[in-house]
Design a protein around this ligand. Structure first.
Ligand code: CA
Length: 249
């Protein structure tokens, strides 16, 4: 008897962009966990909140090897608590918050846990699908049919989020599961990428640049070429096929 497992290759890139002075994005590549955080709160608060979220997930990563999506949600809930505690203890950090979009990949299944307006995308068969809903006021208006996607894309208030880690004691985490296929590319990114590049442009880069590390570098470079108005971060998980291995009897 043999089992099959997908072989995963991951890479990440982050850049301050061309306008901001500091980078308040953070990411985590700690298989089986991959995540991105986009901090907010000015001064050092934003970077602190994003870093705390990623540290909390990193500390849970070893346990998540044998866990399910519910455990990933618990890790985000723990991160929320850690950010609120740190903000409570230091006036300079008061009001800090962060988005968090995380993927736990076990076997063929990717569990996505998500708060805020960072995104998870899946490229399959050359087509890009957004896996997460932005928790931004503008995106909610689009979902309710009150604003066109075209108007939302250039709306001055498009980065205002109504859900984040660090804002409320109770945080509602969106989840979804995706069964992965060989050839899939799972992308996590901050809005500094998705606001600068249309989905079609992101898809084109992912179709054109096969190597994982070069692909994330290309995405960041393209976002900078488009203006780099915000910090840009991308984590890419490539599903490179299946490895055959004998099961231990
Ligand atoms: Ca951002």
């Amino acid at each position: 008897m043999s089992t099959t497992a997908l072989a995963l290759v991951a890479a990440a890139a982050t850049d301050v962009g061309r306008v901001r002075r500091g980078n308040e994005d953070a990411y985590l590549v700690a298989p089986p966990v991959y995540a991105i955080a986009d901090g907010m709160g000015g001064h050092r608060g934003g970077a602190e909140a994003a870093g705390l979220a990623m540290q909390t997930l990193a500390s849970r990563a070893p346990d998540l090897v044998s866990a399910d999506g519910e455990a990933l949600v618990e890790a985000l809930v723990d991160a929320n608590r850690a950010i609120l505690l740190a903000a409570d203890e230091d006036d300079a950090l008061r009001g800090m918050a962060t988005t968090c979009t995380a993927a736990l990949v076990r076997g063929r299944v990717a569990c996505i846990a998500h708060v805020g307006d960072s995104r998870a995308y899946l490229l399959r068969g050359g087509r890009l699908a957004q896996l997460t809903d932005d928790h931004s006021v503008v995106a909610q208006l689009v979902r309710q049919g009150q604003l066109s996607p075209e108007a939302a894309a250039v709306h001055p208030g498009r980065s205002v989020v109504y859900r984040a880690l660090g804002t409320e004691p109770d945080v509602q985490v969106d989840t979804r599961e995706v069964v992965l296929d060989a050839g899939d590319r799972l992308l996590l990114c901050s809005d500094g990428l998705s606001n600068m590049l249309a989905d079609g442009e992101i898809a084109a880069v992912l179709r054109e640049v096969a190597e994982t590390g070069l692909a994330v570098e290309a995405l960041v470079a393209r976002a900078n070429e488009a203006g780099g108005a915000d910090n840009i971060t991308a984590v890419l998980v490539d599903v490179q096929g299946e490895t055959q291995r004998e099961a231990v009897p």
